[in-house]
Write a protein that binds this ligand. Sequence first.
Ligand SMILES: *Cc1c(COP(=O)(O)O)cnc(C)c1O
Length: 388
Amino acid sequence: MNIEYANRIKQLPPYLFEEIDKAKQKALSEGRPIIDLGVGDPDGATPDFIVKKLHEASLDSATHKYALNKGLSILRERMAVWYKDRFNVELDPDTEILPLLGSKDGIAHVPLAFINPADVVLVPSPGYPPYVSGTIFAGGKVHYMPLKAENDFLPDLDNIDEKVAANAKLMHLNYPNNPTGGVCDISFYEKVADFAKKHNIIVCSDAAYTEISFDGYVPSSFLEVPSAKEVGIEFHSLSKTFNMTGWRIGMAVGNKDILQGLAKVKSNVDSGVFTPIQYAAIEALKHALELKPKFNGEYAKRRDTLVDGLNEVGWKIPKPVATFYVWAPVFGDYDSASLAKALLEKTDIVATPGNGFGEAGEGYVRMALTVGSDKLQEVVRRIKEKFF
Ligand SMILES: *Cc1c(COP(=O)(O)O)cnc(C)c1O
């Protein structure tokens, strides 16, 4: 039998991390002392009290059944309290909050509810891959919005062609930004809301990193803009905030009609979040504000070790005020791929080539602060020895 992939699979952009993945596997199999700054997955464990809650809740057999798609009402209520405490945004737990199996679930599925063939989805480049794959699975067309250093890694909305804007039905945004570490202020979000209203575009704000920030900078929510709820939703996740990437829980909040569309898709593809995980998430959110300084203190220390260290050596890299990513411009004659390759070959350091996040990521490598400061000191030492 001839097994052939559907066109939507063939249309996915090439996976540009393959070469570095292979080189990393080879280096590991040779027993080389790899330091992996490639993975965007916190190295720390989920806090104990959250794990304990999962265990405790799982002992009650009532939690073993199919969960409700819209989740426990006490979970949605807790999410509303957290949004109010953190962003001063009011949400109706019944209609304006939808729990997700991680925010990737919502990001990848939302186009299926709203995008028809020929509809355009505005996607930041570089960006998180599901913005593109979700659009392609829904049959839509991707229009890239380049994020450039000279624009502080914000898309230039004034430069989006009128015709493109007219055909656009949805826009993805992500601040604090992966992979650039870029941030935005509320005036940018106001501009986005006006643009979206003018062109009838659904805004999907990916806020996965709002809780990871430094130097007194406190990221905003898109929903802090009074008109935001008319045009959009925001995705949030417990993954990065609480070292819970494997647990698969997040949420979409905001416009109730948009959420209903997403819920309709999801009710046909999954059956909700495992109930003990919902109880654990309630516990996590209750303690969100007290956990934050500890997590962020550690990431800030790592950021300073790596960025100050590399700047001293002669690799000029700006310091991010949010996320756990360092977006480092390439030096010398290197491009993204050749620098990532050279780092691995010469220093056994894994960094991610920026072009793998989209064409506009060329000229950078991404290094994740997901290893301890002692290892980051070693990274600086090795780079100094082999490159500077
Ligand atoms: C990690 C990450 C997420 C979160 O994904 P989950 O599915 O919630 O684990 C969302 N957006 C971006 C940009 C990310 O880097």
